[in-house]
Design a protein around this ligand. Structure first.
Ligand code: AMP
Length: 429
């Protein structure tokens, strides 16, 4: 057998290196501040769930369940799946933890990794991060508007420009079945001209033909009956109110009759947030965030009838945009002091001195592994610190430290036990 030369991360999965962590942290900070403001409590659910939770919740005929789930058999014989999305687990947690008896709506948010067995391609990963918001136990359309507003505000707070919200209503169990029949009979008469996937969708999930991106299906789609003309009175009134709320809070949106979302649990409002145009002027195909109302999901999981609404956003896609739009992160505090040492006694005293700085919350850089003073000074130069503290053999014996001002080159010798106080004062100036 050929010898393996090296290991690689699994296809579509990546390490998040230290230089990228600041983006995840920035997004986390903005999301958790906004969640706090709007009264959402954080929830963490397990990374795996019973496979059936997703096949039942998201729908057997959806791409996610059919093609994209990582499933595994436990030693006990149970079938578990790595979570491909966050709503079904939250619906499960809501019922399991008796949250129906808490004041409603129950508002929850999450932030974590998700898994989908995607075809490897740009902007689609097999492990990706999402944050999401869910409001359970509220049927008023004001919640739909508020969820959209929260996602829009988060993306704006992260300084992303040219955002566009697309909204649609996909009806409910009163009006959707009739609309699906209409749609199926329309597409059936044109089946020969549909792409390969749409022929399958025609049998399995006719609504999904509406969001097909294939060139040849576009003219057929354009003539198809539109759901907005076939909503029942209740769904129409609900959608009208959502749009009125969006107008009131001045969120720019487009009505998109082709927006259906890839999961079966949605009812009424669905939405996605896109970038209006990419940096090279093209219309962007990939959504930053998406969600909607799911009034039947909790009941499906044997809970009581509970209207709910929520959405999720893709963190890697947001980071990509933050980078391409050259968005600056709030500045991090860089160390302004470098601690250089020479000799084993000095090294020991330096370790202790570093702890005193840490307790005073002053960042200090060092390279204790290096013994050459010159190498340490070079490092201090590279870091651009204001001061270097020098603790050589002589200083260690005399219990003093030299403070060197890197700009003026001026040096001052101070007592070891006074140096933290002294530096506090200098840095304040
Ligand atoms: P969805 O519920 O599938 O619309 O996912 C919500 C958001 O998560 C999308 O708008 C994307 O930003 C992001 N997302 C979904 N799938 C992936 C993936 N495979 N890789 C990266 N981001 C993803």
């Amino acid at each position: 057998m050929a010898k393996r030369s090296k290991f690689q991360s699994p296809t579509g999965m990546h390490d998040i290196l230290p230089e990228n962590q600041k983006y995840y942290k920035r997004i986390y900070d903005v999301v958790s501040d906004i969640a706090d403001f709007y009264g959402f409590g954080k929830i963490d659910t397990p990374i795996v769930e019973e496979t059936e939770l997703f096949s039942k919740g998201i729908g057997l005929a959806t791409d996610i369940v059919k093609k994209q789930m990582y499933t595994l058999k436990t030693r006990g014989g149970d079938s578990l799946a790595l979570r491909p999305e966050g709503t079904a687990p939250i619906a499960r947690a809501y019922i399991e933890n008796g949250m129906q008896s808490r004041p409603q709506p129950l508002k929850l948010w999450y932030f974590g990794p998700f898994f989908r067995y995607e075809r490897p391609q740009a902007k689609r990963y097999r492990q990706f991060w999402q944050f999401g918001f869910e409001a359970l136990g509220e049927k008023s359309p004001v919640i739909d508007a508020q969820i959209i507003q929260i996602f829009y505000n988060i993306l704006r707070e992260l300084k992303l420009k040219n955002l566009l919200v697309e909204v649609n209503s996909i009806g409910d169990s009163q009006c959707r079945p009739y609309y699906k029949k209409l749609l199926a009979s329309y597409f059936r008469t044109r089946e020969a001209s549909l792409c390969f996937d749409c022929k399958r969708r025609l049998r399995e999930n006719v609504l999904r033909i509406l969001d097909c991106k294939e060139e040849k299906c576009q003219p057929i789609k354009a003539e198809a009956p539109q759901i907005l003309d076939h909503l029942c009175d209740e769904c129409r009134a609900h959608f009208k109110e959502v749009l009125e709320f969006l107008d009131e809070i001045e969120i720019p949106y487009n009505l998109n009759p082709y927006l259906v979302r890839g999961l079966d649990y949605y009812t009424k409002t669905v939405f996605e947030i896109f970038l209006e145009k990419t940096s090279n002027g093209e219309i962007s195909q990939s959504a930053l965030a998406g969600g909607g109302r799911y009034d039947k999901l909790i009941k499906l999981f044997r809970g009581k009838e509970t209207p709910a609404c929520g959405a999720a956003a893709g963190i890697e896609r947001i980071i990509d945009l933050m980078k391409s739009q050259k968005i600056k992160l709030p500045s991090e505090t860089e160390p302004q002091i470098f601690l250089a040492q020479l000799g084993s006694l000095a090294k020991r005293k330096s370790l202790k001195l570093l702890e005193s700085f840490r307790k005073s919350k002053i960042k200090v850089a060092e390279s204790f592994g290096r013994d050459s003073l010159n190498a340490q000074f070079n490092r201090a130069d590279k870091l651009g610190v204001k001061y270097t503290l020098i603790l050589g053999q002589k200083e260690a014996l005399e219990e003093v430290v030299i403070i060197r001002d890197m700009k003026t080159g001026k040096q001052e010798t101070v007592k070891l036990d006074k140096v933290v106080e002294k530096m506090k004062k200098r840095l304040k100036k």
